[in-house]
Write a protein that binds this ligand. Structure first.
Ligand SMILES: Cc1cc2nc3c(=O)[nH]c(=O)nc-3n(C[C@H](O)[C@H](O)[C@H](O)COP(=O)(O)O)c2cc1C
Length: 205
């Protein structure tokens, strides 16, 4: 089996999605993938960030993590996007990053790769699924294969039962959430490894 390469790209204002991304990266590495953990660039003005201590703290805590780039997307065989819910959709920071990838998309360099996504929101019924679907809608334009968790493991139901992707309540990355993220990451690694191995066999034939 060829070792798959995954880019885990996250955006986090207050830390929840950062914690989720670290958990996903740990599980993906343990499952045998080469992993790049990348922070989606902040676009809010520093003057706005400075008005909130929690936002400033998270900015400092994640400063050591390299920013996601088009090269990181080109490098990978599969992607795990992790970002909070904003008005029922993805944050503008994630949209802005996605909108820098037009060149890669145009060359077909995002196609035939795998992708999955996770999110958090303040309440149990306030946009988790619509955020994940907003991400998957774009990923379908890329021609990526969406590897949703479905109900393929008890960890999904134990974490609230979201078959679109793991979703947490903001500030609560508990053991059940970590287990669901680990299952989702392992599933992404497994499916990506199969695709990469089949592709290598085709090229060798
Ligand atoms: C501008 C804005 C819009 C938000 N919209 C929603 C929403 O539609 N539904 C919801 O439950 N929470 C919403 N939230 C709360 C965020 O989802 C929450 O802060 C986030 O999940 C925390 O993740 P983080 O710690 O990684 O930043 C919103 C927060 C902000 C700042």
């Amino acid at each position: 089996m060829t070792k798959p390469k995954l880019t885990i790209a996250f955006y986090s204002t207050y830390g929840t999605n950062h914690q989720m991304a670290e958990a996903a990266a740990e599980a993906a590495r343990a499952a045998g993938a080469d992993v790049l953990l990348r922070r989606i660039p902040e676009t809010a003005p520093q003057s706005v960030i400075d008005t909130q201590d929690a936002w400033k703290d998270q900015q400092q805590k994640s400063a050591h993590i390299p920013e996601a780039s088009a090269d990181d997307m080109d490098w990978a065989d599969g992607y795990f996007f992790i970002a909070p819910t904003r008005f029922g959709g993805m944050p503008s920071q994630v949209r802005a990053f996605i909108d820098t990838l037009g060149g890669l998309w145009f060359q077909g360099k995002l196609a035939n790769k795998t992708v999955t996504a996770a999110t958090s929101a303040s309440h149990p019924h306030s946009g988790h699924e619509s955020t994940l679907l907003s991400l998957y809608q774009t990923f379908m334009h890329w021609g990526t294969f969406v590897v949703a968790p479905g109900f393929t493991d008890d960890a999904v139901t134990a974490a609230g039962g979201n078959p679109y992707g793991t979703s947490a309540i903001a500030g609560k990355v508990d053991d059940a959430t970590r287990a669901a993220l680990a299952h989702q990451a392992r599933r992404l690694v497994d499916v990506t490894a199969k695709l990469v191995t089949a592709d290598a066999a085709d090229k060798a034939a």
